[in-house]
Design a protein around this ligand. Structure first.
Ligand code: ADP
Ligand code: MG
Length: 398
């Protein structure tokens, strides 16, 4: 789960990371009011969306008067901001963060990620802040400092100091940098984050180390033990198909193709998407309906897949170990009857109670296309989708 910049800053500041003073606003009036509360004569108005690259896309504006704050807000509120991280449809702006403008001397990149190879938290830092990490690694790879943290002891002071020295910080700033690094690491590990990124972390004109931007993502599977974090979820920033799935306890990722997939098990779901591609089609989604798939759950899955208008055929692929094929078959029949599905549905069942499952499908009298192997299922789904498409085009032409 992603959160907003202002939320990440609040969390990090509770862990001792210094951030500029700022306040959240839901309207232009509120933004102007909050700027007055903050005081000073220069503010940055920042669109709060779950994506970076806002600066270049016009989502971060420097203002020196109340009038300019209104102007900036009017240009942001209610719009969709398209950055290189949002995709073409962009993300809606419903909140802005008003922050005191800070005089910047130096910009540093700082990131905390999970390194799968070492199975540890890895700190990635670079003296070339302000640029995206992808660009830094392409253009200035030598500027990148990497350091992994030993989980048994956490981030040690000497290790944090070493990073600060490698970034070329002057002696007077080392202690502030150590505090920042340790604060980020503590937030990362205590809150089950998957990513903390501060870009830029700046050295101000008056020698302070400040996080000017902050991004945090959390492990969905650990959210249950952090109620104060799950509270921060903002559905306006999520793909509506994915929020609907999460609300129903299904694991779903929306894609751009036309063949909807209903599968049990994440590995099998990945294999199903690959096989559809191999057969010449494009999957519309990743969907793992989980182990104990009751008929109700299968119907929910159909509803979810069909809520995507691009879906023109559905492939159900179940390998039942814990699951039962007869249950899934009942679910398929129930869904087809209830939802009056008029696109081709291909079902491949294997494993526990497969004969009963096949009987239920056959007895239903519904036009379900059956397949035995995954390859056969994928080929049938792609063929059915193509035939359906030509028929519909012909009908439209008539
Ligand atoms: P994004 O990464 O989405 O583009 P940032 O928060 O990094 O958004 O802001 C973009 C740029 O705006 C920063 O690199 C920094 O140069 C400038 N900026 C952001 N906040 C402030 C601030 N409080 N004071 C001065 N400059 C700022
Ligand atoms: Mg940034």
């Amino acid at each position: 789960m992603d959160i907003h910049e202002y939320q990440a800053k609040e969390i990090l500041s509770n862990f001792g990371v210094a951030v500029p003073t700022g306040a959240l606003a839901y309207s232009p009036e509120q933004a102007a009011y909050r700027a007055r509360e903050l005081g000073g004569d220069k503010w940055i108005v920042k669109a709060q969306i779950h994506a970076g690259g806002r600066g270049k896309a016009g989502g971060v504006k420097l203002c020196s008067s109340e009038g300019e704050i209104y102007e900036a807000c009017n240009a942001l509120f209610g719009r969709k901001l398209v950055t290189h991280q949002t995709g073409a449809e962009g993300k809606g702006i419903y909140r802005v963060y008003v922050e005191s403008a800070v005089p910047i001397d130096r910009e540093i990149y700082l990131g905390f990620v999970l390194d799968r190879t070492s199975q540890r938290v890895m700190i990635v830092a670079s003296s070339e802040g302000g640029m995206e990490i992808e660009d830094i690694s392409a253009e200035k790879p030598d500027s990148i400092v990497r350091s992994t943290v030993e989980p048994a002891v956490g981030l040690q002071e000497f290790q944090a100091r070493e990073i600060a020295f490698q970034l070329g910080l002057e002696p007077g700033l080392i202690q502030q940098m150590v505090r920042t690094l340790q604060g980020c690491y503590a937030a990362f590990s205590e809150l089950d984050a998957t990513m903390v990124e501060i870009n830029p972390l700046v050295i101000t004109g008056d020698k302070r180390v400040l996080a000017l931007d902050a991004k945090m993502s959390f492990d969905d599977n650990a959210l249950f033990r952090h109620p104060q974090i799950s509270e921060l979820r903002d559905k306006s920033q999520e793909d509506p198909r994915e929020s609907r799935a999460a609300d129903r306890g299904l694991s779903y990722v929306g894609l751009d193709g036309n063949i909807g997939c209903i599968v049990n098990g994440a590995g099998l779901a990945m294999a199903t998407m690959d096989t559809i591609k191999l057969a010449g089609g494009e999957p519309a989604n990743f969907l793992d309906i989980g182990g104990g798939a009751s008929p109700e759950r299968v119907t929910k899955a159909f509803r979810l897949v069909l809520s995507d208008d691009n879906v023109q055929a559905i492939l159900v692929n179940i390998f039942a170990g814990i699951n039962r094929c007869d249950w899934v078959a009942e679910g398929v029949v129930q869904a087809l009857r209830e939802l009056q599905i008029d696109i081709p549905v291909v079902v491949r069942l294997a494993g526990t109670n497969v004969e009963e499952g096949q009987k239920i499908l056959a007895k239903s009298g519904l036009p379900i296309i059956r397949a035995t192997s995954l390859m056969e299922a994928a080929e049938r789904a792609v063929r059915a989708w193509q035939n359906d498409l030509t028929q519909n085009t012909k009908m439209r032409a008539v």
